[in-house]
Design a protein around this ligand. Structure first.
Ligand code: 6PG
Length: 240
């Protein structure tokens, strides 16, 4: 399902409402809410909204367990660090037990860091493939999502839950949840804003994308898939 929002503010308000609704539904049915946050710049406003009233009361933070969909292997103080951004915009401001916050930490080789994060997931979810209540995702202009980049071996990964990937253009490693984990989620929520994304949005939704060139097209969860797009990002869509 796709919803076109008027602008980033409208998109962010809608995303916060979806987040709160999913959190309440999950806690009601299973006693906890597991969410994987996205990085990039688009979700920042959503996180800020969630850090303010009424969401302090509307989200059951005490029962919320926070993970990440991906991370760049940079210092935790680096502005490109996804966990740092979410901490500043949201997590530092809500009553969420710190032991329920699970950043992807690159304090060893990227391969070992990925294995370590998979162990963190096993501690929360057990030995079966994790089923997140909600996974937030962004979209790159090249069609990447999380750190599933075009034509990378990660796209074929079937066994590991978390992998490392070297991004040549950035000259750094990233860690990412793999497709089997993302596609098992109860809800996947894409947040896409800005005219720079209009071409790739049209290709994904109205073209016939080669999924290995446009990895976001490989996201087809067992559960619900919701695209929140602002009008700039949706401007090239024929069907609105
Ligand atoms: C990240 C994610 C990536 C991101 C997109 C969109 O950067 O942490 O790997 O999927 O969400 O690149 O980024 P923007 O929101 O900054 O456009």
């Amino acid at each position: 399902m796709m919803k076109i929002c008027s602008d980033l503010e409208d998109l962010s308000q809608t995303a916060a409402e979806v987040f709160a609704a999913e959190a309440r539904r999950a806690v009601k049915t299973s006693g906890r809410f597991t969410v994987a946050l996205a990085g990039g710049s688009t979700p920042r406003r959503t996180y800020e909204i969630l850090s303010h009233p009424p969401y302090g009361k509307m989200v059951p933070w005490q029962e919320t367990h926070v993970f990440w969909g991906d991370e760049r292997c940079v210092s935790e103080m680096d502005p490109r660090n996804n966990a740092r951004m979410a901490d500043q915009a949201l997590l530092a401001h809500v009553s969420l037990p710190r032991e329920q916050v699970h950043p992807m930490v690159c304090d060893r080789s990227p391969h070992e860091a990925a294995e370590k994060y998979e162990k963190v997931l096993r501690t929360t979810f057990g030995e079966e493939l994790p089923r997140f209540d909600l996974i937030l995702l962004g979209l790159g202009e090249n069609g990447h999502t999380a750190s599933l980049f075009p034509e990378t071996p990660v796209l074929k990964e079937q066994l590991r839950w978390v992998t490392e990937v070297y991004i040549t253009e950035e000259g750094l490693h990233r860690l990412t949840l793999t497709l089997p984990v993302i596609n098992r989620a109860r809800t996947v929520l894409f947040l896409v804003s800005g005219a720079g994304k209009a071409g790739i949005i049209r290709e994904i939704h109205e073209g016939s994308p080669d999924p290995y060139s446009i990895p976001a097209a490989l996201i087809r969860p067992d559960g619900r898939l919701l695209w929140l797009i602002d009008s700039d990002a949706g401007q090239l869509l024929r069907k609105k």
